[in-house]
Design a protein around this ligand. Sequence first.
Ligand code: B12
Length: 439
Amino acid sequence: MKIGFIALSGVRVVDQELMRIGLNLPGFVERSKVIASLPSLGLLTLAGLTPDHHEITYLEIPDVDAPDISARLPGPFDLVAISSFTAMIKDAYRLAARYRTAGTQVVLGGLHVALCPDEAAQHADAIVVGEAEPCWPRLLSDVEQGRLQSRYQADKPFDLADAPMPRFDLLDPSRYNRITLQTTRGCPWNCEFCAASIRLQPGHRTKPVPKVLAELHRIRKIWPHPFIEFADDNTFVDRRHGHALMDALVPERIRWFTETDISVAKDKPLLQKMARAGCAQILIGLEDPGDAVEGIELKGNWKARQVSSYAEDIRRIQDHGITVNGCFVLGLDAHTPDSFDRIWEFIRRSELYEIQLTVLTPFPGTPLYDRLARAGRLLHPGAWERCTLFDVAFQPAGMSPGRLRQGLIDLSTRVYAADFTEERRRRFVRRRLELDRVS
Ligand code: B12
């Protein structure tokens, strides 16, 4: 069969004013440029599970509504596998409709499909709900035998020891400046708003280190000096795996970025290894520097128990030469118009190298969505295109939606301004020089 693996690419914001302001802020532009060019690891993984007798193509479509897209629809294919998150899912549905009209069978999968399977099923010949690895080979053989089912779902969590080698070779080497690689999946915490892979499968799992290395070596055959972004939710929460992974990465001499939680700050030997293994930056969901984190983590209020040592923990991590990208969520229930200044003060004093500001977003299928829906606080139910992390889609508890939007704009303008961005960079370098002098 001829199979097309299609990702909807790019970064989206509905509110064009936010987009315009965001795109003009120096600190923001840098990160947007970097992330906008990441490939879909989900699809490369499925391609890796596809037997060789199929002819496969991987492609990214930035704009499903481009004027001549119907005429230029890539193909012909016998089967098209489309991946999308919530924000782009309606584009994915329109693309699916075009292929189906042309007689091509369409399979949909990914986070949004797992979160809203009944909706997605109306737009595809088949959907895969949740992790796809256990279902994909059977789905392909069903297509070949003309008995494609409408829904596939694994009955147990996928063991990452069985993870296939993603088909990095399908990518055009010149198009990507960063490559994603997964070393763990999931997270032991359950933050109310989280719409990442704990919604595919709860809990946290690790990929055996030799498998991670094999993937890295495959990447290095194509990109000899890659910058790697681990597509993990919380890389270091399993300490034993984290240490083993770092030991293995030291000789690889790569630079990399990942997402983890603030508890790494308490493990000095791990931080030393991370630095030696080429860690450039870790992204950490701090959410808020004060009482507003209360209740966000639903299992044991874990985040609220960390917040008092945020500043000290950030310093300890950065003192190892690893920059921290601290993420703050605006519009939490305890936030009022005064909160923006409070967050700004923390950011200004914290020495954080990088900052990510987003708006609380009710992704469907999350506990947050259900709570806000029950309370009648969703402003645009079903408007998935607003699930961008920047557009305001709900009625905040402590201010109007307009005030929240303005707060995001004002705080972003301060945080991503050229002089403050420069000051953060310089502060980090100064501190490194200071530490080098005393050591
Ligand atoms: C890398 C990444 C990106 C990259 C690459 C995106 C891509 N095309 O894959 C870029 C930078 C482009 C990106 C953009 C965006 N992202 Co992003 N991104 C991530 C990140 C860091 C890792 C995702 C990943 O690679 N996971 C590993 C793979 C293996 O998992 P997976 O994709 O879920 O795939 C598995 C299954 O879902 C399934 N599957 C996936 N696709 C398909 C398709 C078919 C046909 C089948 C059968 C199965 C299947 O099979 C895979 C194996 O089991 C996550 C955060 C995180 N830590 O996970 C956020 C995350 C996925 N992004 C998020 C968001 C909001 C966005 C944006 C909307 C931001 C914006 N304002 O524009 C855009 C939209 C992108 C789009 N085009 O749809 C949210 C999504 C929440 C949601 N439920 O929708 C996340 C969870 C981050 C968050 N803070 O909440 N992102």
